[in-house]
Design a protein around this ligand. Structure first.
Ligand code: TXA
Ligand code: MG
Length: 318
């Protein structure tokens, strides 16, 4: 494990470091070092068409990386920064095309974690950080799982404890005519953003969007074990009775001798607690050599939608 000072030096020297944030652990590099950014893509086995999120340590950093920021965006920034909301803005010309996958926009957020903020401010400029997992696999929410996910960096981890939020930031963008669009469900519920902005978000999905937004890709966030999202859990358990079954449930306890292991995300049915436990529960289940992991959908409002988005993609076959 690194001290904060060691992590700062590594980032300034063009190395990649695993860092904590309030959402999930990140794989960080200096925003101005293409060499280090290239290393992120190779460590993650991430395709270059998938752009990275810039992380700032203070609001002043924003104009170093984004320009022509519309008034409406400033409102979002003043309310949600620091926090688990990412906004896509027009990029400054000198921001590397590697970060933005050749787009003229850059995704930015200001993480709400004291260690991350201190780190970025000591580095002296923003960093880029995708989640610290192999492309398509589960995001880590503890240094232990980050080490499992990217073992090559086991000596380059800055530990910030367990992530408080547990799922990735919500991503929004602005259309040319200045309407907000949702680009990824995440830690801040859509309803909360709509309430605060007093405006409905345009919700992109595979069905109504021809432009590919990688945050809206199919299979993602997946465990190695086969995850099945079922309508009728009890029936699915019976059908698979010869298999070694794991269950990921929101609040319900299943009493069945056919189930090998069960993880309940929140006994009280609390979305915030469920989100916090979500990825660590999947890491745990995925370490047990189960034949299948069964889960059911969350109620479809608030963070339930963000969790369903991850479950759907974790269980998707394409
Ligand atoms: O909570 C989070 O956002 C975490 C922590 C580490 O901050 N980061 C994270 O990064 O989830 P990553 O790389 O795993 O996901 C970034 C998503 C990608 O799906 C990418 O397509 C989208 O952000 N994205 C980045 N830049 C974009 C842009 N200019 N336009 C549209 N989408 C963008
Ligand atoms: Mg990710």
């Amino acid at each position: 494990m690194l001290t904060l000072e060691q992590a700062v030096l590594k980032l300034q020297n063009g190395e990649v470091v695993i860092i904590p944030t309030e959402t999930v652990y990140g794989l960080a590099a200096s925003i101005f070092n293409d060499n280090a950014i290239n290393k992120i893509f190779s460590l993650k086995k991430r395709p270059f068409y998938n752009p990275l999120i810039a992380h700032i340590g203070n609001i002043k950093d924003l104009q170093k990386i984004a320009k022509n920021i519309p008034k409406k965006a400033w409102k979002v920034i003043s309310i949600f920064f620091p926090g688990s909301l990412t906004i896509v803005l027009e990029k400054q010309n000198y921001i590397s095309n590697l970060i933005t996958a050749g787009k003229n926009t850059i995704a930015v957020r200001m993480p709400n974690h004291p260690i991350t903020l201190e780190l970025i401010n000591k580095v002296g400029h923003p960093i880029v950080a995708p989640s610290a997992n192999l492309f398509g696999y589960l995001s880590p929410t503890s240094s232990r799982n980050a080490k499992k996910a990217i073992p090559e960096l086991k000596f380059s981890i800055l530990d910030g404890g367990e992530c408080n939020v547990g799922i990735e930031s919500t991503i929004i963008g602005l259309t040319k005519d200045h309407r907000f669009t949702l680009l990824r469900y995440g830690a801040i519920p859509v309803e909360e953003i709509e309430y605060i902005l007093n405006e409905k978000l345009i919700i992109h999905n595979k069905l109504n969007n021809k432009d590919i937004f990688p945050g809206m890709l199919g299979k993602h966030y997946s465990p190695k074990s086969n995850l099945i999202l079922c309508e009728d859990l009890h029936k699915t358990i019976l059908i698979n009775s010869r298999k070694k079954i794991g269950i990921l449930s929101f609040k319900e306890k299943i009493n069945s001798p056919l189930v090998h292991t069960q993880v309940i995300l929140s006994k009280d049915g609390n979305f915030i607690e469920a989100a916090k436990n979500f990825f660590s529960a999947l890491y745990l289940l995925d370490s047990l050599q189960l034949d299948i992991i069964l889960s059911t959908k969350f109620p479809n409002f608030g963070l339930g939608n963000s969790l369903n988005d991850r479950l759907l993609r974790a269980s998707s076959s394409t």
